[in-house]
Structures are given as structure tokens and as C-alpha cells.
Design a protein around this ligand. Structure first.
Ligand code: UTP
Length: 417
């Protein structure tokens, strides 16, 4: 059997006859590209993920406990100085890198481009989210007399637009040789019958595999090897859409070193016991971010002897890892979650269908699902007004309007100091 016939048999085995038909209609380079793509896809994995969407989620008996954290505002002077010194040494010595996850689709914001190219309307002139991040790394560079390596993860979908944008703006003055842009991996989209969607370009439609894909994509893209070559020991991974994200917090870094842990995270306390955010806990002995939907109501309201919420530390995508921790997370398989979404596709007659309702599953891994591979995590509670101004929704909570207010309030205060 020749290679093409083998591919056809594979497609039939996985009930993908519509792709067999598509192959018959194509020739030349288009056909070869589709064949190459099919041979890259792990159909066994995709079918397993699809089958899981049909299964009822089993709620396992998990042992949930609270997890310890330190409040940055309550550290003693001596403790803070010790942490800061440890953190500073790493950054000053060029052993620190920053990763920005910019591969998301930003569907809720509805901006017609990569999220980092969204201009937040601050101080009249406005600032792009990428520019705000650049300002933050640059501030650390000046403070610690270094140039931090900046890695930006894009999706295949938004890579070109991101690169063109950053080139056009000359990386907002950041030294170009210290910026590395890499792509994250993708997974096919699957309809309700387990059939892979076809894209306008006559290929199988794929989408980025969630921010949990950061670890394996760092490895696959060569960025992890590059970090090792450069002697990087600690890696910060953060989101593209938090206008107050602090990417080089020496207190957080020093606390992780002092505690001798491999991972660390900045949290902010929940606005109220029922805020819809994931919070840190210990599950079956390991660090974990538990979704608000999975946290029993009684636990959500529970307070400790100081009157603080026992499960009150929310995860804000502000995470720190040793290079060994990235290595470990990049090789361990993460669980995929499925999201039922609206995705356009090409039907068997070659017509583009734009669905009005959700029609297909997207599979995503979450960055925090890797925490359970570790025994411990250092959690530092920051402050909402200093650390968290997310740009998620078009309007209302966590929108450009709320982020602008938080950003300006923070900077007005800093400038007065
Ligand atoms: P979100 O999960 O909030 O997704 O991403 P999003 O794409 O920004 O927005 P929605 O849900 O479509 O409205 C949190 C961070 O993870 C990145 C995002 O770019 C953001 O920085 N991310 C998300 C990726 O890098 N890749 C992904 O596949 C998903």
C-alpha cells in the first residue's frame, strides 16, 4: 500500500470520510499540504478527547485543603529585604527570562487583531498592551542594570500579524535581539459527530491548544533550549492582557528561592467569597488551582483564625518557574478541557458555513494544571490595585474601561511618590 492509500485507510478508520472526499478533489501542492497535515495529527488522541466530551464528568473524591501564602504587605522589613536581595541577584546576573502568552483568541474582547495590539485608552494618547508590558520589563532592566530576555508566544493564527506589528513599532524600543517570538502548538476542532472541521484554505481547521500549551511549545520551538544556552535559571510566564502585570517582582522571586521551591505565583485576594475565579488550594497533597464551580459553597465562605478566606487566593496568570520546572512541565501530559464554541468551516460542497450556534469542540490545556506535578508552590499575595488590571471583556467587569481606571490610578500614585 502506498503512503497516500495508508493515509486514506487511517482517515476511514477514524470516521473521517469527508476528508477522504476532500483529498480526492485536491491535487498538487494543496493535496500534499493536506496529506502532511493529516500525518502530523494524532487521531487517537483527538478521538479520545472527543469521546471524553460525551462522558459524564466524574467528580472524584478529592481531598481539598487550604494552602499557605505570604501577604506581601505584611512581610517584615527583614524578610522583604532578604527576599528582594535573593531575587535581585538572579535578575542582575542575567539568569531571568520573561514569557508573554499571546496566543489566545481574545474572543470576549472582540478586538480585530492579536490582543497585544489592543490600545488601552490611557492618558489621552493610549498605549498598546504590548507597549505596557515592554514598559514594565524596561523598568526592571533599568533598576537591575540588565536586559531581560523576552519570549513572546503567539498562535499560528496571529503570529504574522504580531510580528508585523512589533516590527512596525520597532518593538517599542526594546532591544530586538533580546526578543524571541515563538509559536504555540495547535489541535484540530471537532464537530458533534467527531468529524474534524475543514478550513477555508482546504486544510484541517486547528486552533491553539490553550495556555497550558506554553510548556510544550517552549520545548518544541527551541525557546527552552535557547534559555538554557543563555544560562537562564528562572522563568516568568504571564498573560498579555493584564495592564498592571509585574513581570520582575524580586520579592516573589526571592521568596521562591528562600522557600527552595520550583514554582511560585502571585495571587490577589478574591473580591468576595463567590467571585467567579479559580483559587489556590492543595488537592490530594499537591498545589492546585480549583475552579469556582468545583469549590463547595461552604469552603468558599470558610475563614481562618485571622478572619481571612481560607480559599481566597485567586490565580492571576502571574507565575514563576525554575528552568527545571519548565523542563518537567513540558514533558508531562496536561489534561485537556473541552470548550463548545462557534467555528466556521467548509462543508462537503465547498461552501463556507458560519454557524449561529456553537457547533464544535476546542481542546485546551490550562497553565495551572501543571502545578500538581510539584510538591509545593510559593504564593505571594499582591494587591489588586497594584497587580491586576485584566482586559478580558468588551464592557463591564475586566474591560478596557476598568483596566484604564486601574492603570491610571496606579501610575498617578507612583508618579506622586
Ligand atoms: P484567556 O484564557 O483569557 O483567553 O487567556 P483569551 O484568548 O485572552 O480570551 P478569550 O477567552 O478568547 O476571550 C489568558 C492568557 O493566555 C493566553 C492569552 O493570550 C492570555 O494572555 N493564551 C490563551 C494563549 O497564549 N494561548 C491560548 O491558546 C489561550
Amino acid at each position: 500500500m502506498d503512503k497516500e492509500q495508508e493515509t486514506i485507510e487511517l482517515l476511514k478508520r477514524y470516521n473521517q470520510n469527508h476528508i477522504v472526499n476532500l483529498l480526492k478533489k485536491l491535487d498538487g501542492i494543496k493535496k500534499q499540504e493536506l496529506l502532511n497535515q493529516i500525518n502530523r495529527i494524532d487521531f487517537e488522541q483527538i478521538m479520545e478527547l472527543y469521546d471524553n466530551t460525551k462522558k459524564k464528568i466524574e467528580i472524584k473524591e478529592n481531598k481539598i485543603e487550604s494552602i499557605s501564602y505570604l501577604d506581601k504587605a505584611k512581610l517584615s522589613k527583614e524578610q522583604k529585604e532578604r527576599f528582594d536581595k535573593l531575587g535581585e541577584d538572579i535578575i542582575r546576573n542575567g539568569k531571568y527570562a520573561v514569557v508573554t502568552m499571546a496566543g489566545g483568541q481574545g474572543t470576549r474582547l472582540g478586538h480585530s487583531g492579536p490582543k497585544g495590539t489592543f490600545k488601552l485608552d490611557v492618558y489621552g494618547k493610549g498605549k498598546y498592551l504590548f507597549e505596557i508590558l515592554k514598559d514594565n520589563i524596561e523598568e526592571a532592566n533599568e533598576k537591575y542594570n540588565t536586559i531581560i530576555q523576552w519570549y513572546i508566544m503567539t498562535s499560528k493564527e496571529n503570529n504574522q500579524e504580531t510580528v508585523e506589528f512589533l516590527e512596525k513599532h520597532n518593538y517599542f524600543g526594546y532591544p530586538k535581539e533580546a526578543v524571541t517570538i515563538f509559536n504555540q502548538s495547535e489541535l484540530p476542532l471537532v464537530d458533534t459527530e467527531g468529524k474534524l472541521l475543514i478550513n477555508k484554505d482546504m486544510k484541517i481547521k486547528e486552533a491553539s491548544d490553550g495556555n497550558g500549551g506554553t510548556y510544550s511549545s517552549l520545548r518544541a520551538s527551541g525557546a527552552l533550549a535557547d534559555m538554557k544556552n543563555k544560562g537562564i535559571k528562572w522563568v516568568f510566564i504571564g498573560s498579555v492582557d493584564n495592564a498592571l502585570l509585574k513581570m520582575a517582582d524580586v520579592t516573589l522571586l526571592g521568596m521562591a528561592i528562600d522557600k527552595n521551591v520550583q514554582i511560585a505565583s502571585k495571587s490577589v485576594v478574591k473580591a468576595n467569597p463567590h467571585e467567579k475565579v479559580g483559587v489556590f488550594c492543595r488537592m490530594n497533597g499537591h498545589p492546585k488551582v480549583i475552579e469556582y464551580t468545583e469549590l463547595p459553597e461552604k469552603m468558599a465562605e470558610e475563614v481562618d483564625s485571622n478572619g481571612e478566606l481560607k480559599y481566597g487566593e485567586s490565580h492571576i496568570m502571574c507565575n514563576l518557574y525554575t528552568i527545571d520546572a519548565i523542563e518537567k512541565a513540558s514533558t508531562e501530559p496536561l489534561i485537556y478541557h473541552s470548550a463548545f464554541k462557534k467555528n466556521s468551516y467548509i462543508d462537503e460542497d465547498g461552501k463556507e458555513i458560519i454557524p449561529k450556534e456553537a457547533n464544535s469542540y476546542k481542546f485546551e490545556a490550562f497553565i495551572f494544571d501543571a502545578f500538581e506535578f510539584f510538591d509545593d508552590i510559593a504564593i505571594l499575595r499582591g494587591k489588586r490595585e497594584e497587580d491586576f488590571a485584566p482586559v478580558k471583556n468588551k464592557e463591564g467587569v475586566d474591560s478596557p474601561k476598568t483596566a484604564k481606571e486601574l492603570y491610571e490610578k496606579y501610575w498617578n500614585k507612583q508618579n506622586k511618590k
